[in-house]
Structures are given as structure tokens and as C-alpha cells.
Ligand binder design. Structure first.
Ligand SMILES: *[C@@H]1O[C@H](CO)[C@@H](O)[C@H](O)[C@H]1NC(C)=O
Ligand SMILES: *[C@@H]1O[C@H](CO)[C@@H](O)[C@H](O)[C@H]1NC(C)=O
Ligand SMILES: *[C@@H]1O[C@H](CO)[C@@H](O)[C@H](O)[C@H]1NC(C)=O
Ligand SMILES: *[C@@H]1O[C@H](CO)[C@@H](O)[C@H](O)[C@H]1NC(C)=O
Length: 267
């Protein structure tokens, strides 16, 4: 299998030092809707949700790490004269790879770094195998077992998750309570109220066995990436996606991001 993985990582979260989540108030959301031209804001969180909780959900660390590379700029499939289409939808390009576009729920846990990397890994594995392999990979395993990756539910470094897949591999794992794959996610989805059933970080314990689908062999289920991970310069992101599939990216978010509801559709 020819699997190449890429990373574009830029991450820093800017937030007011204020402890009040003023940005979840209705007034603030109304103000956003008066000014925003391309998207719609709405209520996603209870207005009294503590700032600490919100910050805990933003788990991608390591903005400085990306500056050291390695950056990938050469590939037999990159072309200098390629014409980049106006629109490219990986879900349509690789229809049989149903993990692409699957939206998963990280629950009350700052594990976006684990979901985004395992998600892109699963997508690329499917693409590289001509859709013979099409499984969700375990966000749980990397969140709870990769100690070098960061602090589990308190955030992690996406590049280190990729390094972990390269060295130690990753098992399959579906969503909470799904019994799908070797290690499904153990945190329940959060409701509108953030009532995450009082689950805590303690629920994440590294387990070296398959507790989901118990007939799977833990050892044999590990999938590895073929080459060490790399970063992509802006100029090569599009070509890499068009040839190999989704990438993992992190981005800065501002206080209005938490109220994102939908884009406007022109009809
Ligand atoms: C791009 O260049 C290659 C040779 O370098 C050529 O074979 C190909 O037809 C060119 N494609 C376009 C769209 O011009
Ligand atoms: C995608 O799935 C369809 C229906 O199952 C199948 O006919 C087709 O050959 C598949 N395409 C690839 C590239 O595997
Ligand atoms: C949110 O909380 C309120 C009051 O605590 C409750 O009535 C409502 O059913 C909850 N909604 C959800 C989706 O859990
Ligand atoms: C469990 O895994 C086996 C392969 O080890 C597979 O054949 C079976 O369909 C899986 N069961 C479920 C419920 O996913």
C-alpha cells in the first residue's frame, strides 16, 4: 500500500483572559449575526458554560513545532503545471471511502488532535487501498496510549500522533458504545447542555486489548503509516489532497467560533 500522510499544522488558540464566557451570550450571538456575511451564528453551548470547559475542548498544541519541518515539496504526483479545480470534494472523489466526511464527537475531551489525525489516517488508508480497507481508526487509542503526544484530553500535538502511527501503529475503533473496531471511543457525545454524564479524564486508560469487537486480534489490527510524517507548505496542500486525500490541519479560533451554526447557502 502506498500511503503518504501529510500535516499542515498551525495552532494557537486566542482567547480573552476573562473567565466569563461573554461570547456565548445571546447578545453577542446577535451581534455576530448582524456582522457576519458568510455564516450564521447560533446557540451551541449554554451561556453559563465555564471558560475552562470551552478551553478544554480546544486541544491542538504546538504552533512552533511546524516551523522545523520537515516540509514536503517533491512528489512524483505533484506537477508544476497542474490546474487546480475551483472545487474539490474528497467525499465525491473517493465515494467508496465512507470515513471521509464522517463527523465524530469528541465528547468532553480536548482530543481534536487525536480525531483529526486518526480521521485523515483512516481516509488515506482507504484511498491507498482502493477502498478495500474502509474502517474508522481509534481516536481512543492514541488519546490514551500516546504519552509523548501531549496530555490526552488536555490537548496534544498532531505531529506527534502521526509519529506515533509511524512507529507504533494504530488499531481500529468506532464511536462511543458502537462495539465497532478494536478500541471504540469511551467518552459519550456531549449534548447541547454539555451534560457529558460526568465522565472524566480517568476514563481514558491505555488498554492493550480489543474491548470493542473482541474477536479482533489487538496485535494484528495495528496499521502503520509508510513514511515519516511531513508538513506541507501552502503551495502543495491542494496537490497532496487531490492525490492522496484529506490532511490534518489546525487553525486559530476566535471567540465567535463557538457559536458557528451553518454557512449561508445561496439559492
Ligand atoms: C504538464 O506537463 C507534463 C510534462 O511535464 C505533460 O505531460 C502534461 O500534459 C502537462 N499537463 C498540462 C495540463 O499541461
Ligand atoms: C465502489 O463501490 C461500488 C458499489 O459497491 C463498486 O461497484 C465499485 O467498484 C467501487 N469502486 C471502487 C473504486 O472500488
Ligand atoms: C438541557 O438541560 C435542561 C435543564 O437542565 C433540560 O430540561 C433539557 O432537557 C436538557 N437538554 C438536553 C438536550 O439534554
Ligand atoms: C468483528 O470483527 C470480525 C473480524 O475480526 C468481523 O468479521 C466481524 O464482522 C466484526 N463484528 C462486528 C459486530 O463488527
Amino acid at each position: 500500500m502506498n500511503i503518504q500522510l501529510s500535516i499542515c499544522a498551525i495552532f494557537v488558540f486566542l482567547f480573552s483572559a476573562s473567565k466569563q464566557t461573554y461570547f456565548l451570550n445571546k447578545n453577542y450571538i446577535d451581534t455576530i449575526n448582524k456582522n457576519a456575511k458568510t455564516w450564521k451564528a447560533g446557540v451551541n453551548f449554554h451561556p453559563e458554560t465555564p471558560l475552562k470547559f470551552i478551553l478544554g475542548l480546544l486541544g491542538s498544541k504546538g504552533v512552533k513545532v511546524s516551523s522545523t519541518g520537515p516540509f514536503k515539496s517533491h512528489d512524483t504526483l505533484y506537477k508544476s503545471n497542474v490546474s487546480i479545480p475551483i472545487e474539490f470534494d474528497a467525499r465525491k472523489r473517493w465515494k467508496n471511502c465512507t470515513t471521509i466526511g464522517t463527523i465524530r464527537d469528541q465528547g468532553n475531551c480536548g482530543s481534536c488532535w487525536a480525531f483529526s489525525t486518526t480521521g485523515a489516517f483512516a481516509d488515506r488508508l482507504c484511498i491507498a487501498s482502493n477502498s478495500k480497507y474502509n474502517e474508522l481508526l481509534s481516536a481512543e487509542q492514541v488519546t490514551s496510549c500516546c504519552y509523548r503526544c501531549g496530555l490526552g484530553c488536555q490537548g496534544g500535538y498532531p505531529i506527534r500522533a502521526w509519529q506515533h502511527f509511524y512507529k507504533h501503529g494504530l488499531v481500529t475503533g468506532g464511536n462511543f458504545n458502537s462495539f465497532q473496531g478494536c478500541q471504540p471511543y469511551t467518552f459519550p457525545p456531549c449534548s447541547v447542555n454539555n451534560s457529558c454524564s460526568g465522565e472524566t479524564e480517568k476514563n481514558h486508560k491505555c488498554q492493550k486489548r480489543c474491548y470493542g469487537n473482541k474477536t479482533i486480534s489487538y496485535r494484528n489490527d495495528h496499521k502503520y503509516i509508510k513514511e515519516p510524517p511531513y508538513y506541507l507548505d501552502y503551495n502543495y496542500i491542494q496537490q497532496d489532497i487531490m492525490n492522496y486525500g484529506p490532511i490534518e490541519a489546525s487553525f486559530e479560533v476566535y471567540d465567535d467560533f463557538l457559536s458557528y451554526k451553518s454557512e449561508y447557502r445561496c439559492s
